[in-house]
Write a protein that binds this ligand. Structure first.
Ligand code: GLP
Length: 244
């Protein structure tokens, strides 16, 4: 940073020069994923430029997904995302998918409880207005990287205690003989809104995937209605196609 001021004669605004030198440092591996950036004040002092200039450069890099800001703890180089390749031909759970890749899975609860069903939950799950819906909403995290927000809805009659599912919904359903055997999954494009982007630790507005899964028991009864938002920078969905 120290050379910034001297090179300011080069014409480009200072904040762009600072942005470029931080980007170069990341690309050349001088600072790696997860490393903390020095404080705004330190950078401003070292480069002999104003904090406003530093903030502008840093905000640009946060918007571009190169840096992330964690409230209270500072600014870091964003973790480099290895894309997850997900087959579209098998009915698996998030826990199974990540465990197969040797990734450590955890979830953060966003919501769990029994509620009066919404009209679409009533329609998809075949509930009447005097029945309850069990909602299980989680931020799904693999190797400490948040990958998806999943909001599952099931009939309260099959999941009377949504808080008691442990770490895997499908494992809990398996125990009660309600593991789905078939599902219809619909994938569409979505731009991440502010609150979803914050949870997924990506800049707001970037591309995401909206995934809706309706899954069925062997009897043909709908068991699960899940709406998820997956990070677009993290997933490739792959289907094998055959000439039938
Ligand atoms: C996938 C599906 C969800 C399903 C979930 C269960 O992520 N998209 O529809 O609810 O797996 O995962 P787990 O058993 O890990 O809770």
């Amino acid at each position: 940073f120290a050379t910034l001021k001297q090179s300011s004669q080069s014409g480009a605004p200072l904040y762009l020069q600072l942005r470029k030198s931080i980007e170069d440092a990341v690309n050349r591996g001088l600072i790696g994923p997860g490393d903390a950036l020095p404080s705004e004040r330190d950078i401003a002092t070292k480069a002999d430029i104003s904090r406003v200039t530093v903030r502008k450069a840093v905000q640009d890099l946060v918007k571009g997904g190169i840096l992330i800001q964690r409230h209270g703890s500072g600014t870091f180089v964003a973790p480099r995302m290895e894309r997850v390749e997900q087959s579209l031909s098998r009915l698996t759970s998030f826990t199974e998918d990540m465990a197969r890749r040797g990734m450590a899975v955890r979830s953060a609860w966003l919501d769990r409880g029994l509620y009066a069903p919404s009209p679409d939950e009533m329609m998809v799950l075949g509930l009447s207005s005097n029945e309850l819906v069990a909602r299980v909403a989680r931020l799904r995290i693999a190797n400490d990287t948040p990958l998806a927000i999943e909001r599952a809805a099931l009939s309260a009659s099959v999941l009377p205690d949504p808080a008691g599912i442990g770490s895997s919904l499908y494992a809990a359903l398996e125990l009660t003989g309600h593991r789905p055997v078939r599902a219809v999954q619909r994938i569409s494009a979505a731009n991440l809104g502010d609150s979803d982007a914050r949870l997924l630790e990506v800049p707001p507005g970037i591309a995401g995937l909206h995934i809706e899964r309706i899954s069925y028991l062997a009897s043909g009864k709908v068991i699960e209605f899940t709406r998820s938002i997956y990070r677009g920078d993290a997933y490739d969905f792959v289907a094998e196609l055959r000439l039938s």
